[in-house]
Design a protein around this ligand. Structure first.
Ligand SMILES: *Cc1c(COP(=O)(O)O)cnc(C)c1O
Length: 393
């Protein structure tokens, strides 16, 4: 069977209020990076996540960049113009993630060292992180992602950071609304970032935010994001700035989406549970999470094929079947230590086994769109079951 309309991995789900707030920006002529939508989304997100300040930016990547620069300057002081704040310094980074998590380390002229993933949550392995500190005891910064909306082992990672006097950047781009021990992700970093990219759990079509409890850091991010102007009548610059502020039109979209975060999470959870039940008896598992300590936002449902079966039914095979059906799947994020651009960088494992490469080789992301109907999902499940049944013959 083939779907007439494509079933997406994760596409924007709009509700109507987005248009109302965009129109409000237009009719009041706040077609700018200033306006009521921006003020409101900053207030609403800070309230929702439980942090004191949220600064609306043009992208999650921009938020992560400013997190990284804040950390670099806090650790090593302000760099001269043209030199990144992490120049000459290594930074421990999640390995299996989207490159945007840690590209900002390169923007700031730092050197990412990749820390392998663990099987329990697919996030940074605390044991591998401890090994990394043993190898490079001078490192003072860690960049941690909550992949696919699944919280990492925050307490373990934080304890290791504290022991080594390291700062933590938290990339909660995919995990808005997920909690760890009852607290929202986006509150655990010394510097935290979220994203409103078009495929995220709620979206502005683009956009991101810097989250913090520090009034000073929030003010610094606001200043950097608007070209680092000093309070003078003319354009006075004591530091390098960026054009990173969120547009008031985009903020209107985000504003309209915020009330639907919980609904989107419930839909994503139902999708995850339906896959899980639907795959019963197959040699596969769903992307795991720590049920005792965390509640994911279930942004993407992923599957991992057992070692015993992956030679018969590969992720490529299943992805090809999904494409045939006009549904969108995707490989797991290819680990950073396997990326050509980072080939010279160090990679530290927990016990000599490359867990990230293994998950990449055996895993895939399944269609996880909020608007996928149960019938469509059942057809996808049936097609995947068929792959395994056919391979037995
Ligand atoms: C989407 C994403 C980002 C970047 O966010 P943008 O808003 O697209 O710049 C960063 N990290 C992760 C893990 C992401 O999934």
């Amino acid at each position: 069977m083939r779907f007439e309309k494509k079933v997406w991995l994760a596409s924007p789900t709009m509700h109507g209020d987005e248009l109302k707030y965009m129109q409000e920006a237009y009719s009041t002529n706040w077609m700018s990076t200033v306006g009521k939508n921006i003020d409101e989304v900053e207030r609403l997100v800070a309230e929702k996540v439980g942090c004191k300040y949220a600064v609306a930016l043009g992208a999650g990547t921009a938020a992560l960049h400013l997190c990284t620069r804040l950390a670099g300057e806090a650790l090593y002081g302000r760099a001269p113009a043209g030199k990144g704040s992490l120049s000459g310094h290594k930074v421990f980074c999640s390995d299996m993630t989207f490159a945007a998590t840690l590209n900002p380390v390169a923007y700031e002229n730092g050197e990412a060292v990749f820390v392998d993933s663990e099987r329990d949550t697919w996030n940074m392995d605390p044991v591998a992180l401890e090994n990394a500190f043993e190898k490079y005891p001078e490192v003072r910064l860690v960049v941690l992602v909550h992949l696919y909306g699944t919280p990492a082992k925050v307490d373990e990672i934080r304890a290791i950071c504290d022991r080594h006097k390291a700062l933590l950047i938290e990339d909660a781009a995919e995990s808005l609304g997920a909690t760890y021990k009852g607290k929202q992700t986006g509150t655990f970093g010394d510097y935290s970032a979220i994203s409103f990219n078009g495929n995220k759990i709620i979206t502005g079509s683009s956009g991101g935010m810097f989250l913090t409890d520090s009034e000073k850091d929030a003010a610094q991010v606001r200043k950097w994001s608007t070209q680092s102007r000093e309070p003078r009548p003319w354009y006075e610059h004591e530091e390098i700035g960026y054009n990173y502020r969120m547009s008031n039109v985009i903020a209107g979209v985000v504003r309209g989406q915020i009330p639907y975060l919980e609904e989107h999470i419930a839909q994503k959870k139902a999708i995850y549970e339906r896959y899980k039940a639907g795959f019963a008896g197959l040699p596969v598992t769903m992307n795991p999470y720590d049920a005792a300590n965390s509640v994911p936002n279930y942004w993407l449902s992923c599957m991992l094929i057992d070692e015993s079966a992956v030679k018969r039914v590969s992720p490529e095979k299943i992805l090809a079947v999904l494409t045939e059906m006009n549904a969108e799947g995707r490989p797991i994020w290819k680990p950073m230590h396997m990326q050509p651009v980072y080939r010279e960088h160090s990679f530290v494992t927990a016990a000599g086994i490359d867990v990230g490469a293994d998950i990449f080789a055996r895993g895939l992301c399944l269609p996880s769109d909020n608007k996928m109907t149960p019938d469509q999902q059942d057809a996808i499940i049936a097609a995947i079951r068929e792959c395994f049944a056919a391979s037995k013959i």
